[in-house]
Design a protein around this ligand. Structure first.
Ligand SMILES: Cc1ncc(COP(=O)(O)O)c(C=O)c1O
Length: 335
């Protein structure tokens, strides 16, 4: 078979859906990037930097990330950036022999592993959503989102350390960190086989700009920087990310609102009799069996509402108050 057909056969497709009016399927931030910060970034922008191959990461962005992260045990040599956390995930996969993940988990782990033709092993989470027992060795790379996507639940520290003690390299994907405020960053003090991944896509309303960052040992960051593309993140994306970090309070207040809305949605859905995970991200996860789920997705889509379906249930991103009320109303009628 020719290489193009081989890859097509191997790779599961991205969901290239047309946007519905109420799109709650990708865990985006319902707040637009603040207009005044966009203006500030444009004022700060130096036109000549568009002409050159601009540093990626720039020193000033790394400084801002270090300040935001606020850990005295990391320096600029422990930080790098990617074209979204997705690029970091993609690049990391090329470095190791085998990749492990535990479904239900972030769907791109499998999509990227298939695209790159790296050996991957999927082991489902246990029924109570804990990490299963797993045989690991040096050369293995394990992906764990914490909070998990799509369930939004948090793993316990012992589960994370269980992987680290086995000698595998752990990519701890904290894409939703701001909504849980739980981080295992300090494990970097104890282990050198861990990387923390974060993103500007969720809490900072910059998904379209494609920018995320990685924190790890100096040695691993050096390796990552050798493997990734040079100049991987644009000047404008870095400038917007830096401007966001300079005004972090705005985003923290918005995050608080989203968290309150998440809790309101969880409480309301529970009161309606739905079974939910305890999500600490910017979405809720409702267990619904397949037949009912398919009917729900179809009903909602007729009304211009899109949520995401998984084998175990549905994931609904927290939207604006109005959108959340709308989906709650629909689910009340549906039950
Ligand atoms: C767990 C997890 N990691 C990474 C990403 C991708 O982040 P980015 O937009 O920075 O590529 C997502 C996006 O939904 C995610 O859910």
């Amino acid at each position: 078979m020719n290489p193009i057909d081989l890859v097509t056969k191997r790779v599961s497709p991205y969901a290239a859906e047309k946007r519905s009016t109420t799109y709650l399927a990708l865990n985006e931030n319902p707040f637009p990037f603040p207009e005044e910060l966009l203006q500030e970034a444009l004022k700060r922008m130096q036109i000549d930097n568009l002409r050159i191959y601009y540093d990626s990461p720039s020193e000033e962005l790394v400084e801002a990330i270090l300040q935001y992260v606020g850990a005295d045990f990391i320096t600029e040599r422990n930080v790098s950036i990617g074209n979204g956390a997705d690029e970091i995930i993609y690049v990391m996969m090329t470095i190791f022999d085998r990749v492990f993940f535990f479904p239900p988990t972030y769907s791109c782990y499998k999509i990227f592993a298939q695209a790159l033709n790296v050996k991957y092993i999927e082991l489902p989470l246990e029924e109570d959503l804990h990490i299963p027992e797993v045989d690991l060795k040096e050369g293995d790379l394990v992906f764990i989102p914490n909070p998990n996507n799509p369930t939004g639940h948090l793993f316990e520290r012992e589960e994370i350390e269980y992987i680290l003690k086995k000698g595998a390299f752990l990519a701890l994907d904290e894409a939703y960190y701001e909504f849980s405020k739980v981080t295992y960053l300090e494990l970097l003090k104890k282990y050198d086989n861990i990387a923390i991944l974060r993103t500007f896509s969720k809490a900072f309303s910059l998904a379209a700009q494609r920018i995320g960052y990685i924190i790890s040992s100096e040695k691993f960051i050096d390796t990552y920087n050798r493997v990734r593309l040079p100049y991987n993140v644009s000047y404008l994306s870095q400038l917007l990310a830096k401007t966001a970090l300079d005004h972090v309070k705005i985003f923290q207040e918005r995050t608080e609102f989203i968290v309150q809305e998440r809790e309101r949605m969880k409480d309301s859905l529970k009161a309606m009799g739905y079974s939910l995970t305890d999500s600490f991200a910017n979405f809720v996860f409702v267990f619904i069996e397949k037949k009912k789920r398919d009917r729900l997705i179809k009903d909602l889509s007729k009304k211009g509402i899109t949520i995401r379906s998984f084998d175990e249930g549905v994931r609904i991103s927290v939207g604006t108050e109005e959108q959340n009320n709308m989906i709650l109303k629909e689910l009340e009628v549906f039950r």
